[in-house]
Design a protein around this ligand. Structure first.
Ligand SMILES: NC(=O)c1ccc[n+]([C@@H]2O[C@H](COP(=O)([O-])OP(=O)(O)OC[C@H]3O[C@@H](n4cnc5c(N)ncnc54)[C@H](OP(=O)(O)O)[C@@H]3O)[C@@H](O)[C@H]2O)c1
Length: 239
């Protein structure tokens, strides 16, 4: 039996490009995976794409961008299970725009809403469930928060703030057993919509397997850490 069998996982952003790989990785391990999304079409596509997997896929259509929507999602999850072992949050996305000083206010606000406020809403509603189980809370991030990316100022700034959100969640966790981790994907990622263009790229399935691995290893290895992930790191694990 794989370490994730019988576990309940919630992947926030599971209908997204990277999220799909994370969902697949946990399903392959036999887990029950809850995937909320605002987008019925994406959820229907996932149902088709994930037909061949072992675990139980539970799509949930609701607003992911409001407290009310997230609370409704939480209620639907708790109708099916009494605990959540892992929340993986793969939210937002990397968008190129203008130089920071040329960025319009509306673009700045959109990027912050999608890349930071989305994490706040998810943490506010779902982190307490992970605290209850003493489980894992994993945030997926990109390298713009470590090293500014040209013409991606707002998303780089949101990414840097996301690292601090991880630290704040760690610091304030009521249950010290709770592990909070940032996985920083340092390569572009190939997905169903985007073919691999370079050997150094990871695929969303590889990112997913790595994220699942971080929540199956001893917590002392990952808790509170920011873990950079590139092709070399992935290959070294020989997963
Ligand atoms: N794609 C890459 O090549 C790459 C590379 C390195 C790192 N990353 C990182 O991986 C993470 C996910 O990226 P991605 O490319 O998979 O993004 P994506 O395909 O655009 O998916 C993002 C998900 O975020 C959710 N989302 C967006 N705005 C939201 C909002 N305002 N409120 C609630 N949910 C919101 C969406 O939820 P709905 O389903 O409800 O619409 C969607 O499922 C990001 O942190 C990104 O920086 C991506």
């Amino acid at each position: 039996m794989s370490p994730s069998s019988n576990r309940s996982i919630m992947v926030a952003g599971g209908a997204g490009e990277i999220g799909e790989g994370i969902v697949r990785a946990y399903l392959d391990r036999g887990a029950t995976v809850f995937v909320p999304s605002r987008n019925w079409e994406m959820l229907d596509t996932l149902v088709d794409e994930l037909r061949d997997v072992n675990g139980t896929f539970v799509p949930i259509h609701d607003r992911t961008d409001t407290f009310e929507g997230a609370l409704a999602i939480k209620d639907k999850i708790l109708d099916r299970t009494d605990h959540i072992d892992v929340v993986a949050a793969s939210l937002g996305g990397v968008e190129l725009g203008e130089r920071l000083v040329d960025t319009r206010l509306v673009e700045w606000e959109n990027v912050l809403r999608d890349n930071l406020t989305s994490h706040f809403i998810t943490a506010k509603i779902f982190f307490p469930l992970v605290e209850e189980s003493g489980g894992h809370y994993v945030m997926i991030n990109f390298s713009g928060g470590e090293q500014p990316l040209w013409n991606a100022g707002p998303v780089s700034i949101a990414s840097a703030a996301q690292f601090m959100m991880k630290d704040v969640l760690c610091e304030e966790a009521r249950n010290r057993e709770t592990a909070v981790t940032s996985v920083v994907v340092r390569t572009p990622v190939s997905t169903r919509a985007r073919e691999k263009q370079d050997e150094g790229w990871l695929s969303c399935e590889q990112v997913g397997r790595y994220v699942a691995w971080t929540t199956e290893e001893g917590k002392d290895l990952v808790a509170g850490r920011t873990i950079p992930l590139d092709k070399e790191t992935y290959d070294a694990l020989a997963m």
